[in-house]
Design a protein around this ligand. Structure first.
Ligand code: NDP
Length: 305
């Protein structure tokens, strides 16, 4: 069983981790965090590169995040990852934010350097690599429907799709206003003409079955960037009947056992993939930011099983 640390451990860190070797210098902050596979993957990378440090999970509630990031910096950590629900809030608690991450409004990686904390976002490029690996397609050729567009990961993916000039992007979010705000931010990326029909290239729609049905008829790639599926009993974010054989379904949830969404995709004859490839690539990019050297992809992939 892996040890999960808390804010109270951080307050008494030297004592609590006196017997831990190699020392913990990296970690992931989340609430919940038990599901995270980043510790297995990043510890495999550290071992492969003979770096005498460990990466650990931290259970940190939203109202503890600011203090946790400050303490981790003071404790001389090398870097951090952020998972649900901290990616957006964390932006306010770092000293500097890389330009793309600032636009996205969310960070998934922190680098501590020379007494400063620097925020980055590797989710978008990690996602792009994952889609190429899983489906042998490029984002620019696709009509994409993004569920969970208002979350930290969803915003990063939407920006990536926009930068890659994808054919169409439909933004869907439980809290509709967040999808509308994002659509306004991304409008300039979609102003150019493309080959496909008269439909708008960028839309925010309400999370309603009839609206989804209309859009899914002209969608190639469906992305689940909601947290639905993190718990094994969570319902599928899409009704089974709306999934068709021509769809590619990318579910960001990182579980080997199929989520309800991926099980429905398989039953409908659609291609589907879980979030492990994205986890791998966003994690490799974070490793490269922390250590300024290529990440050992094969060892990291093997650790994810
Ligand atoms: P956030 O907490 O920032 O966002 C959560 C998103 O899920 C929001 O869009 C939220 O909508 C939506 N949501 C939450 N509950 C429901 C619900 N019951 N019904 C519909 N929508 C819901 O989380 P992140 O963006 O950081 O992460 C989202 C998911 O992506 C998580 O499952 C995470 O594990 C996964 N992820 C995977 C990665 C990978 O490498 N594979 C990388 C990053 C994330 P609203 O705005 O209305 O609250």
């Amino acid at each position: 069983m892996k040890t999960i640390y808390t804010l109270s451990d951080l307050r008494d860190w030297k004592k609590r981790t006196r017997d831990v070797t190699p020392s913990i210098r990296l970690g992931v902050l989340g609430d919940p965090v038990t599901h995270s596979l980043s510790p297995e993957m990043q510890n495999a990378a550290l071992q492969e590169c003979d770096i005498a440090q460990q990466y650990a999970p931290f259970q940190i509630a939203p109202d503890e995040l600011e203090t946790a990031i400050r303490l981790l910096g003071e404790l001389d950590f090398a870097g951090l990852n952020l998972t649900v629900p901290h990616k957006i809030a964390a932006l306010a608690f770092v000293d500097e934010v890389e330009e793309r991450a600032r636009k996205i409004g969310a960070i998934n990686t922190i680098v501590f350097r020379e007494g400063k904390s620097l925020g980055w976002n590797t989710d978008g490029p990690g996602f792009e690599r994952a889609i190429r690996e899983e489906f042998s397609v490029d984002l620019r050729d696709l009509r994409i429907l993004l569920l969970g567009a208002g979350g930290g990961a969803g915003r990063a993916l939407a920006y990536q799709c926009a930068r890659e000039n994808c054919e169409r992007l439909v933004l869907v979010n439980r809290t509709f206003e967040k999808a509308q705000v994002l659509a306004r931010e991304l409008a300039a990326y979609f102003s150019g003409p493309r080959v496909l029909g008269p439909e708008a290239r960028l839309e925010a729609i309400r999370w309603e079955e009839s609206a989804l049905r209309t859009q899914l008829g002209r969608t190639d790639l469906v992305i689940n960037a909601t947290s639905l599926g993190l718990a094994p009993l969570d319902p599928s974010p899409l009704p089974h009947a709306l999934i068709a054989p021509h769809h590619m379904i990318y579910d960001l949830i990182c579980r080997k056992a199929p989520t309800r969404l991926l099980a429905a995709a398989a039953e409908s004859g659609a291609r589907g993939a879980n979030g492990l490839a994205m986890l791998l690539h966003q994690g490799a990019l974070a490793f490269e930011l922390w250590f300024d050297r290529p990440a050992p992809l094969a060892a990291m992939r093997a650790a994810l099983g």
